[in-house]
Design a protein around this ligand. Structure first.
Ligand code: GRG
Length: 313
């Protein structure tokens, strides 16, 4: 796939996701009838909380995870309209993890998605609550917005997958390990992989798996794409670590050099930039290799894997 057509694909999928995120958020406001709260003294807190949620969701982001969910459905020839609510839900969960990750008690980051972090604008308590509300709304969206033609059995599987990857084993344990191994003396690749696979890879894997599930993919397709997702998820975080050293704040929209400053467990900290890049490339090659028995239907997945390794933001 040519660079230009991948760019067009990413832009059009991003637009589709953004349109639905705007819609779902606006429905959240109408459902709590902010207008109806006028004069009762409770409109103000509801508005602040909502503004805080919207600020982080609408304020930028590549929308990679929802795009991967849609790509999973397209790969199995499913209908992406069945996947859109779940894809948006995954973006809400991702946004929640970014808001909480930036809090002073975790990574203490002042800048995200090209603007001051949520707590810098709304304060720590509101940032915490905005994250909580986004997480809950994600599951609400899956259950209320998935089209009726999707069987409840599939919706349950999607809920099981996403609640699993965002829970104890998954993003939380990954972040806990990230904290625990900060400034640790005896880091090794097993530890790094454990952190990256959980902290970042778990949600990426869930995105693709739920895309396949909602597209009614076969067990075989699910298992191949699950393995593909594991490799690209790991590579994605290695590149993220590299960009923290070599990237530009104006491009990637977040602070640079934080990992070194905080003594984080990263690939560049152990292997340096070149070797880390080689390792990420190896994982991307392994992901692409898994698709060797598929034809044109896997072109987007191959292109997305290459995009992950070449990305500058
Ligand atoms: C319960 C979901 C949940 C989380 C709580 C705070 C926390 C535990 C986890 C933090 C996980 C985290 C922020 C991992 C880093 C993942 C990562 C590489 C983020 C950057 O992703 P991009 O580049 O960002 O896709 P954009 O802004 O483009 O969406």
């Amino acid at each position: 796939m040519h660079q230009k057509s991948l760019e067009n694909y990413l832009n059009s999928q991003k637009e589709l996701i953004n349109k639905h995120l705007e819609l779902y958020l606006s429905e959240l406001v109408s459902s709590c009838e902010l207008e109806g709260l006028k004069g009762k003294g409770i409109q103000e807190p509801a508005k602040i909380l909502f503004d805080s949620m919207k600020y982080s969701v609408i304020g930028g982001g590549k929308r990679l995870r929802p795009i991967l969910a849609l790509a999973g459905t397209e790969f199995v020839n499913g209908d992406i309209k069945n996947t859109i609510p779940t894809a948006c839900a995954i973006e809400l969960i991702h946004t929640q993890s970014l808001i909480h990750d930036d809090l002073p008690c975790i990574d203490n980051d002042d800048f995200r998605r090209g603007q001051p972090s949520n707590h810098k604008v709304f304060g720590e308590p509101m940032a915490l609550l905005a994250g909580d509300a986004l997480l809950a709304y994600a599951f609400h969206l899956i259950t209320t917005k998935t089209p009726k033609e999707v069987s409840p059995r599939i919706i349950l599987k999607v809920m099981e997958e996403i609640s699993g990857s965002n829970g104890f084993i998954g993003i939380c344990i990954g972040q806990a390990a990230d904290i625990q191994y900060t400034a640790h003396q005896n880091l090794n690749e097993d530890i790094l992989q454990y952190i990256h696979i959980n902290k970042t890879g778990a949600l990426i894997k869930s995105a693709i798996k739920t895309g396949v599930l909602l597209g009614n993919g076969t067990k075989k397709q699910l298992s191949v794409l699950t393995a593909y997702a594991s490799y690209i998820g790991l590579a994605f975080q290695i590149i993220d670590d590299i960009l923290d050293v070599t990237g530009q704040k104006s491009k990637i929209g977040k602070s640079i050099g934080k990992d070194k400053h905080l003594c984080k467990a990263t690939y560049p900290a152990i292997y340096g930039i070149e070797e880390s890049k080689r390792k990420a490339e190896t994982y991307i090659d392994m992901a692409i290799n898994l698709l060797k028995n598929f034809g044109k239907e896997a072109d987007i997945l191959r292109a997305l894997a290459k995009y992950i390794i070449n990305r500058q933001l």
